[in-house]
Design a protein around this ligand. Structure first.
Ligand SMILES: Cc1cc2nc3c(=O)[nH]c(=O)nc-3n(C[C@H](O)[C@H](O)[C@H](O)COP(=O)(O)OP(=O)(O)OC[C@H]3O[C@@H](n4cnc5c(N)ncnc54)[C@H](O)[C@@H]3O)c2cc1C
Length: 448
């Protein structure tokens, strides 16, 4: 039997890459250091609710890279999806329906008619351009087209930045923004809808991939931390794994796929001088991520029937309120309702309990101002802070082909997937996209 392909990490990137190779008949072994599948999308049970690792939705619904992987594997029916399309903005005591398409923009009551027309004039050419063309804007900021807009329209842009994990428009590359608009354009085969696993728990996606890998006789082991990738004569020859007992084991292999942020892996897994210094420095510069504070709230009754609310305006700390039980009731026990509110924060705030407490109190005040019964309906709250949301920010010069490549020239058998590597899209979509792009390169290496 041939040596297995070793996949380091069982998040969306690692599992999609493993599954695409298993489909081609390869012997794949996934080794995950934590006790759970899903990486950043792992879910837990808490007081009979299913809590995600922060709020997760799948952008582009059935047009997402994740869904296209499941389709390729012919297992898309195993993942039941609930549609997330009942979304609204909240501004000055009023709700305004989120536009699902370009024409909806004309009816967007959040903005004066003049601004809507301006917005349409700006977005329509982007929506009909090609993905290739967007590459020429990867080093340009979104503000290059928004800086002359009135404050109402700018507030709209700031509100939708949350969807791209950016705090402000100048932290988004125009190229990446344009790709999102193209993929949301139904006339280009896209969709602006989102999805969430109907049975509750974003980790359902990982479990579907796990079952597939299992059916292909691939091994997936948790609590296996890779300590080293061995490179001899510029070729991968093995990995050293620390297993549960604390012992180190050597596994011989000719092919390793690293799926966690490349700027960490490159500094952790190799003997000195294996990775060329200039290359390492370039990739280390990508180490800039968005961070968030999010709070799960369990409520005694429904305070809104919508699925997602984006508060608009500088006065709000809260950038999104997600009514998860309205997306699927499966996440909560009968009679209880789960919501999660979140806001992007500077990375250092995630280590500061006092700061987190203040942010949470502010969010609670704001939610109460929108929903006066919120406090009386509240059963419990569970705040969390995440330093690492997406592993690479969407800033100009840090997107698409400027990200970590899938392989390092001169080293054979070593591949990289996950959201830090060449791909576009948002979060989990980009992690799956990287695997779609990388799998043929691995195949080609294995054939050679
Ligand atoms: C709060 C929050 C909210 C988010 N919201 C969304 C959202 O709404 N929509 C969306 O699409 N995305 C969202 N994301 C982003 C999304 O979760 C990530 O982009 C995606 O899950 C990254 O997948 P990955 O496979 O690249 O990496 P990861 O999920 O990080 O997987 C890497 C895996 O490698 C393992 N690993 C690391 N080192 C080793 C080692 N030495 N040995 C073995 N295993 C190792 C890790 O434990 C991990 O399981 C959110 C993230 C967070 C934190």
């Amino acid at each position: 039997m041939s040596t297995p392909i070793i996949v380091i990490g069982a998040g969306i990137g690692g599992l999609t890459a493993a599954a695409l190779l298993a489909e081609k008949g390869h012997n794949v072994r996934v080794l995950e250091k934590s006790s759970k599948l899903g990486g950043r999308t792992a879910s837990i049970k808490f007081k009979n609710h299913i809590l995600d690792n922060g709020f997760h939705i799948m952008p582009f619904y059935k047009k997402s890279a994740i869904f296209s992987v499941l389709k390729k594997l012919k297992i898309e029916s195993k993942l039941k999806l609930a549609k997330v399309d009942d979304i609204a903005f909240h501004s000055e005591n009023e709700f305004h329906k989120y536009p699902k398409g370009m024409l909806d923009l004309l009816n967007l009551s959040l903005l004066p008619l003049k601004s809507r027309i301006k917005l349409l004039k700006l977005l329509l050419p982007l929506a009909f351009t090609s993905i290739e063309k967007t590459e020429s804007w990867d080093n340009v900021s979104l503000t290059s087209i928004t800086s002359d807009l009135d404050s109402d329209t700018n507030a709209f842009f700031e509100a939708i930045c949350m969807l791209a994990f950016a705090d402000t428009a100048d932290h988004i590359s125009l190229g990446e923004f344009a790709r999102t608009i193209i993929r949301a354009n139904p006339f280009k085969g896209g969709t602006s809808e989102f999805a969430y696993p109907a049975n509750g728990g974003y980790d359902s996606i990982s479990h579907v991939l796990y079952d597939y890998l299992h059916s292909k006789n691939c091994e997936i082991k948790t609590r296996q931390s890779i300590k080293k990738i061995i490179i001899e004569n510029s070729k991968v020859t093995g990995v050293v794994v620390r297993v549960l007992s604390g012992d180190d084991e050597l596994i011989r292999t000719k092919c390793v796929i690293v799926s966690y942020p490349a700027y960490n892996a490159l500094n952790e897994l190799f003997d000195k001088n294996i990775i060329e210094e200039g290359f390492l420095q370039k990739i280390n510069k990508l180490n800039k991520t968005t961070s968030v504070v999010e709070v799960h709230f369990a409520l005694k009754s429904k305070i809104d029937s919508r699925q997602v609310i984006f508060p608009v305006g500088d006065q709000y700390t809260t950038k999104g309120i997600f009514f998860i039980s309205n997306i699927t009731p499966s996440v909560s026990p009968p009679g209880e309702h789960l919501i999660i509110a979140g806001t992007p924060v500077p990375s250092e705030d995630t280590d500061n309990p006092q700061e987190i407490k203040e942010i949470v109190n502010k969010m609670k005040e704001e939610i109460s101002s929108i929903y006066p019964t919120f406090n009386s309906e509240l059963i419990w709250e569970r705040p969390m802070a995440w330093k690492l949301v997406e592993s690479v920010v969407k800033e100009p010069g840090k997107v698409w082909k400027s990200k970590m490549p899938h392989n390092i020239p001169g080293i054979e058998g070593l591949f990289f997937v996950g959201d830090s590597t060449i791909s576009y899209g948002i979060g989990t979509d980009s992690a799956a996209h990287s695997s779609i792009l990388c799998a043929p390169k691995i195949e080609s290496y294995l054939r050679s």
